[in-house]
Design a protein around this ligand. Structure first.
Ligand code: PLP
Length: 831
């Protein structure tokens, strides 16, 4: 690479030369000969060169200032593309766009060459990515620790209306932003047995023997802070066999073991499990968890010990945040290292561990709670299991002491019970903090799901309402609106989103309203072009863009949305003169590969789209579009173009949601239930600027606990609903297979299905939803008032910045030190 210096002041000529040089040395080509992908790589390497200087400088400063560091432990990091975001945070996006233009290159095309690193499923993984952006921008020392899956979230293709999963070989062209760090490799051990040796001091030493092991190799990706020169690290672990295959093993009879170790290494990081909010209980998944946790915890301890000498004070400099229960083995792994490698007593190790680990709960849904069979857990992680057993033994003793004779408490609270290891219980008992991710969710945890734990240890419980980074989801994703915001309130909102409230005074300003609606229109045109290119469907940007994009899950109720579209279509067909404001219903959603009803809902959406989009009698008043392969990069465009944000989960089921916040920030109005963070969105922007409907969480929980809801009553008494449901089984949308959608019909009405009928209260909420949709239409007809509400949504989104969330984690949980880099003196440039 060309030797050059930091991008403190952007040097256009140097950058252009660097791109040309990179194309030459990487590909032996001139710029004119290079492919788009090669140009992307060359640009990325030129930018990485700049980032690495800042990265080294930051790490040097951390070494000097020795701030407390958070390790955000997460199975998922849904980062999205790095190039554009890095340029935004380096404050070099426009300069680089101009420099590329000089070279005859369109920056959008270059950005489009980058695969989305999709090492996550949905909200949980994207939250981790937003947190890293905020931590770095706010000057906190942090590592994200995760897995370098060879295949990330599958790519979704729609064929004949069905979802097809295509492997996401995101590393095929190499990842220019990562650095392999073999010097920090770690050995991770699986299986075998534990032997006890008594040492010269009469102490028991536990040793795992007869195990198989894997070498964990870290790859570091830079996380660039906005405008502050700070670069933190996302460290994702790859697996390699411990030794190369040795022929001599064959003779020694170790051949089988050598092959097994090689296979273990090959399989362990092969693929991300594509389940969102669902626990599958697969052995390989537990291996993945221990693999990245053991490596991360080992490295955290070693890094600490390189600078400090008293392991008993580890928690003063390090904290582990467990993103859901997936990384919970970190608790036992830290205990193991402290006791077996550093010879701390149980009590000493426990004192450190319980001040180091903190747990974030992301869901109350039973099917998402991780419970491992004892047989599997103890076979795979024999030493870890011993430690969990002892934590459990001591905890049960404590429960028995506090609630004498109450066997029921033990049954409900034990970590190991009924042949299973309950990871949430382990995390709560052994951590110093338990947080929910929105106020309502935390209240439900305290009052319902985790009530026994809350009563016993209330001081651990706290709420941290999720947030999103405005740098990616406004500044990068919606440059027109970002510029408009800056023109009205200055640019402080980029690092302090509360400043965006300055827009409130423009909500009723006619000129501002027109400008806002014009920007929204241009973003709709951009999305319409994308839809035409990718889906071949023409949509009218003057119609209402009504959007539901998120993972496909029954509790998120895409089915309610599409059933309502069927109802609207019936209404229009009944009366072609019906006053009806043209509406484009946009869906985007991946379904877990094995989730039958979710996949069938995708088929239903596409089947309805086929009929409705091709029925000339309704004059194009309804269009239905399913955007293939919903992911972070197209999400940015979708949020920017939305008028209506569909957040219609069954109340109590969506812990927070973060998509809801991204829509709000981009001026879409929420059509939703009082669930998750919707409650707080309504609180910030006012009920009058949202469309709220449906059962409350208390009502849902009451029905769940005491019964009293029978969807068949609704079916029998409401002809509109009955008609829509009959259309699922009479061939209206599947003329060649009238039974195709029977499972969806059954899930709503029929107790033939294994679960309860209409578990997610779709029929109960149907008419209130239809009524809320009528309010949406009436509101949209009044353009000035709509614009006012939309501007107010943007203006009131300040609370939902992940900067606010991170500051709350820092103040209440982590207690990190803020790092400020000393101003660097710029050396005069050599001629
Ligand atoms: N998937 C992607 C690609 C996203 O950008 C988001 C946004 O937050 C989500 C999933 C989560 O969406 P929701 O909070 O609506 O479930």
């Amino acid at each position: 690479m060309l030797k050059k210096t930091v991008l403190q002041k952007f040097d256009k000529e140097l950058f252009k030369n660097s791109v040309i040089y990179n194309v030459k040395t990487l590909y032996r080509k001139t710029l004119e000969e290079a492919t788009q992908q090669q140009i992307f790589q060359a640009v990325a390497y030129a930018i990485k060169d700049v980032i690495v200087d800042n990265w080294m400088n930051t790490q040097k400063e951390y070494a000097k200032q020795d701030p407390k560091t958070v390790y955000y432990l997460s199975m998922e990091f849904l980062m999205g593309r790095a190039l554009g975001n890095n340029l935004i945070n380096l404050q070099a996006y426009n300069d680089v766009a101009e420099a590329l233009e000089d070279l005859g290159i369109d920056i959008n095309l270059v950005e489009d060459q980058e695969p989305d690193p999709a090492l996550g499923n949905g909200g949980l993984g994207r939250l981790a990515a937003c947190f890293l952006d905020s931590l770095t921008t706010m000057g906190y020392s942090a590592y994200g620790c995760g897995i370098r899956y060879r295949y990330g979230m599958f790519k979704q293709e729609i064929r004949d209306g069905y979802q097809i999963e295509v492997p996401d070989n995101w590393l095929a062209d190499g990842n220019p932003f990562e650095l392999r760090r073999p010097e920090y490799a770690k050995e991770v051990k699986f299986g075998g047995y534990v032997n006890v040796y008594v040492d010269e001091n009469g102490r028991n030493n536990f040793k795992q023997e007869g195990y198989q092991s894997v070498k964990a190799i870290p790859y570091d990706m830079p996380i660039v802070g906005y405008g502050n020169g700070i670069v933190n690290t996302l460290r994702i672990w790859d697996a390699e066999p411990v030794e190369c295959f040795q022929l001599e093993s064959f003779d020694k009879g170790d051949y089988q073991k050598a092959v097994e170790q090689e296979n273990l290494a090959r399989n362990i990081v092969e693929v991300l499990y594509p389940n969102d909010n669902h626990y599958a209980g697969k052995e390989l998944r537990l291996k993945q968890q221990y693999f990245f946790i053991s490596a991360s915890v080992q490295e955290a301890v070693e890094k600490y010990m390189r600078k400090h000498d008293d392991i008993r004070k580890f928690h003063e400099k390090v904290t582990f945040q467990l993103n859901d229960t997936h990384p919970t083995v970190a608790i036992a792994e830290l205990m193991r290292i402290l006791m077996d490698d550093y010879y701390l007593t149980w009590d000493e190790a426990w004192a450190v561990t319980t001040k180091t680990c903190a747990y974030t709960n992301h869901t109350i849904m039973a099917e998402a709670l991780e419970k491992w069979p004892i047989e599997l857990f103890s076979r795979l992680l024999p030493r870890i299991y011993q430690i969990v057993e002892e934590i459990n033994r001591r905890f049960i003793a404590q429960v028995s002491q506090q609630y004498p004779g109450d066997q029921n408490k033990i049954a409900k609270m034990a970590i190991i019970y009924d042949g299973q290891v309950k990871m949430a219980h382990l995390a709560i008992v052994s951590g110093y903090s338990v947080n929910g991710v929105a106020r309502l969710h935390t209240e439900i945890l305290e009052k319902q799901e985790l009530r026994d734990f809350y009563e016993m240890m209330p001081e651990k419980f706290n709420n941290k309402t999720n947030g999103i980074t405005q740098r990616r989801f406004l500044l990068h994703g919606n440059p027109l609106l970002a510029q408009w915001v800056t023109d009205h309130v200055g640019n402080d909102w980029i690092t302090d989103l509360s400043k965006i409230s300055g827009l409130k005074i423009y909500a009723e300003d006619e000129k501002a309203q027109q400008e806002f609606m014009n920007i929204k229109y241009q973003n709709k045109v951009r999305l319409a072009r994308y839809i035409l290119e990718h889906n071949g469907v023409e949509v009218d940007p003057r119609s209402i863009f009504d959007v539901q994009v998120k993972r496909l899950h029954e509790y998120k109720r895409q089915l309610l949305n599409i059933l309502h579209i069927m109802y609207l279509y019936n209404e229009l067909k009944n009366n072609l003169q019906l006053e009806f404001y043209p509406r484009t219903f946009i869906f985007g959603a991946k379904a877990a590969a094995g989730y039958r009803n979710a996949k069938l809902t995708i088929k239903l959406i596409n089947a309805v789209a086929d009929v409705v989009n091709n029925d000339p009698s309704i004059g194009g008043k309804i269009k239905v579009v399913f955007i293939e392969d919903y992911k972070v990069s197209n999400a940015e465009w979708i949020f920017a173009a939305a008028d209506v944000s569909e957040q219609i989960s069954t109340a109590s089921k969506e812990a927070s949601g973060t998509g809801n916040m991204k829509f709000m920030l981009n001026g879409a109005l929420t059509l939703g239930t009082m669930d998750g963070a919707n409650v707080e969105i309504v609180e910030e922007v006012g009920m009058e600027n949202t469309f709220i409907f449906g059962l409350s969480s208390d009502e849902v929980i009451r029905f769940e606990n005491y019964g009293g809801y029978n969807p068949m009553d609704i079916f029998n008494n409401d002809p509109d609903i009955r008609r829509v449901l009959m259309q699922l089984i009479n061939g209206t949308f599947a003329p060649y297979d009238t039974e195709l959608f029977r499972p969806l019909y059954n899930s709503l009405l029929n107790t033939q299905s294994t679960s309860k009928a209409d578990m997610y209260f779709i029929l109960k909420d149907f008419k209130p939803y239809a009524e809320a949709q009528r309010r949406v239409e009436a509101a949209y007809r009044d353009e000035a008032n709509w614009a006012k509400s939309a501007i107010l949504n943007v203006a009131c989104s300040g609370k939902f910045s992940s900067d606010r969330t991170i500051q709350e984690y820092v103040d209440d949980i982590w207690h990190l030190d803020k790092v400020v880099l000393p101003k660097r003196v710029e050396k005069p440039k050599a001629k």
